[in-house]
Every structure is written in C-alpha cells, then in structure tokens.
Design a protein around this ligand. Structure first.
Ligand code: PHE
Length: 381
C-alpha cells in the first residue's frame, strides 16, 4: 500500500495507534512531497506556458481544498483520530503544512529549467559534414501574427481625426472622479432626481467611477479658461447589466467649444459637418429637444440612416433615423463653475458613445463582442 492509499483510510483502519506510528506516516508524506517537487524540477519542461500548468498541478495535488493530499489527511486521519492520538496527529499535521508551504510549489515556475537549456542532452541531427548541428535551418520560421486596431479604438481615432482637422485638441481626465466634477459642477446637485439617470458606481460617498466624460469640461475650463475647443475621448462606467447594447464600461467622446458669440448655429453646423464626414455626404442630421442639467437648451442628434437613406431598414430599426448623441449650449452656471464669465462667453457641448457609433458604422449587433477578446471577431478589423 502506498502512502497515497493510506491517506484514504483512517488511522484505526491502518492499525496505527501510537505516536511513533503516526510520526512515521507523516515522515513518509513529507518525503513524498519533497520527492515530487525534485522530480518536477529535474524533468524541466519544454515550454514556458507549460511551466505554470505543471506547477499548479503539483500545488493542487497537495494543497487543493477539495481532494488535495493535505485535505484528505485532515479528513481521514486528523478528524476521526481518538482522544489520545489527536494531539500527536494535530502536531504532525501542522508540521506537514509548514513543510509543504516551505516547498513553495507556486514559486517553482521560476526554478523549472526550460528543456532548451538542457539541449546538449538531446540527440542532435547530423549535418552534411557529419558534424552535429543544433537546429534544422531549412524549416520555415515561426511567424508572429500581426495584430490590428480594435474597432472601438479605430472608431475613436476616426472621430478624433475629424475634430483635429477643425482645430480642436484632445483633452483627458481621470476615470476615478469626485462627485463634485461628475455631478455638482455640472449643475446636478445631490438632491436632483436626474442624478438617477446615471447609474453610478460609488467608490466612497465623494468618489465615483465617472459616468460620462462631461466632468472633464469643468477640469479643462479651470485649466485653460476661454476660448476653448476640445474633444475628450475616454472610458466611462455605469451600473448597467451587460447586454447587446449596454456595458458597465464604455467609451465616450465629449466635445466642447467656448468662445465669444458661440450660438446654437455653430453647434448644428459643426455636428452636421462631423456626421457627414463620418457617414457620408448624403446623410442629414435631425435635432430634437431634450434635457441635460448642464446644457440649456439641450438636444438629441439623430442621423438619417446611411444604409437605407431614411427608408427604414434593420440598422435604423425601420425608423429611418439613428440616434447618435446628446448636446446643447453649455449652461451659464456650468461656465461659472469652470471659472468662465457667461456674460462674455458662451459655448456648446456634445457627448457621444463611441461603442454605439462603432456598432452603427461597422454593422455590429452585439456590444459584448467588443470586450470578449474573441480573435475571430477582432481579426476582421
Ligand atoms: N454627458 C451626457 C451623457 O453622458 C451627454 C452630453 C454631453 C449631453 C454634453 C450634452 C452635452 O449622457
């Protein structure tokens, strides 16, 4: 009977009833652990990737909570041990625990030699001159597959390019944001019901994962003052369940233009130009009234469906229009909060979802595809 057969029986079944018997059983186990570790090191492994797996297998065999050697010893030897024997078994069990911990199975990854280092032991093929050559140089080489730009990044860059050409520059801000910048400074006081429109991840009472890129409006106003024309691409977070059109992490691009005499006509003109650059000359834009606490007036922008030209199809869900973004004239209080005089300056802002833009533009019906890292999907870009 090997020691591993013995751990599936109780001490009583094994006929062990004194301290000496117990101690010699545990000594056997310690020897086995040390032996298995040494054997793995001696064997080495041909591939880096396998090292981790082999070490983990060894670790699990001994230490896994369910079915590991130690847990079997606990179940079959320690727990059922009689009153007199229990202290000895407990003592030995602790010793075994320390012993296996010191073997540091996890750290073996670094200790395992790659077999390539042991190359001289391999049989070498003989070259034309009868001398041993280490490798067959006529074999085709290993080709590393080229990566490609992620569709969301690609979409973001397309959007950035259009605005960069219009003289905007790119700003960014923190993803872990204070409630002041994410809400208060944007004219969304704590008691305001519209805070609920943003399903927020709170880190503590005063800190959130930003729910939109709009807080960077205020940060940029504080930093640069007016005039200002920037876009702000970045990650945002909302407490949404992932489904085909939602993700708790998503991407926005915010736009902000502040100067003297900026009007809603500038907003319409700029966004109309932007949308035509992105979806083609033929599309038309539609502005509908909406509400955001930080813009007044506020609007929603839709584009005529660039697939069916407004006739109704699968992409526009038979409506002829595709909802694109929220926008509006920056609320005077928001300008003031950013340290800009609303008597002298006015501005417009918009915010759009990059992931949704990418879905529309590349005809993708499930947002989750962006974040699953499936090469069959990503390779198409
Ligand atoms: N921040 C808004 C949102 O996330 C979008 C927006 C930005 C609306 C700027 C108007 C102006 O829903």
């Amino acid at each position: 009977m090997t020691i591993f057969d013995k751990i599936s029986r109780t001490l009583q079944e094994l006929g062990v009833s004194d301290a000496q018997g117990v101690e010699s059983l545990f000594a056997e186990l310690r020897k086995a652990a040390e032996h298995e570790r040494a054997e793995l090191v001696a064997r080495g492994t041909p591939q880096q990737a396998q090292r981790v797996g082999l070490c983990k297998a060894l670790r699990d065999r001994w230490l896994a909570r369910k079915g590991g050697v130690l847990s079997q010893v606990d179940e079959n030897w320690l727990k059922p041990a009689g009153k007199e024997l229990k202290p000895v078994v407990g003592n030995q069990f602790n010793k075994l625990r320390r012993f296996t911990a010191n073997l540091e199975f996890e750290k073996l990854v670094e200790a395992l030699p790659l077999q390539q280092e042991a190359a001289p032991q391999m049989e070498l093929p003989l070259g034309a001159a009868g001398r041993a050559v280490p490798w067959d140089l006529t074999l085709p080489g290993l080709r590393r597959p080229l990566g490609s730009i992620h569709p969301v990044t690609r979409m973001q860059r397309e959007i950035e390019d259009i605005f960069l050409r219009l003289g905007f520059w790119i700003e960014s801000g923190p993803e872990i944001e204070s409630t002041y910048y994410n809400f208060d400074a944007l004219n969304i006081p704590e008691s305001h019901p519209s805070r609920d429109d943003w399903d927020t991840f709170y880190i503590d009472a005063k800190t959130v994962l930003r729910t939109h890129t709009s807080p960077v409006q205020i940060r940029a106003m504080e930093k640069y003052g007016a005039p200002l024309s920037i876009i702000i691409p970045g990650k945002c977070y909302r407490h949404d369940n992932p489904d085909s059109t939602h993700s708790p992490m998503f991407h926005q691009v915010e736009g902000l233009a502040i100067d003297e005499d900026i009007t809603f006509a500038d907003l319409k003109g700029t966004l109309d130009f932007f949308v035509k650059m992105l979806f083609g000359e033929k599309v038309r834009t539609r502005f509908q009234p909406s509400f955001f606490p930080f813009t007044e007036p506020s609007g929603e922008v839709a584009v005529s469906c660039f697939v069916c030209d407004g006739q109704g199809c699968r992409v526009c869900k038979e409506s002829g229009w595709i909802e694109l973004m929220g926008c509006g004239m920056v609320h005077p209080q928001v300008l003031r909060n950013g340290g800009i005089d609303p008597e002298k300056y006015s501005g417009w802002a918009f915010g759009l979802g990059v992931d949704r833009f990418a879905m529309v533009k590349y005809d993708i019906n499930d947002m989750q595809l962006f974040f699953q890292g499936d090469l069959r999907f990503l390779e198409q870009f």
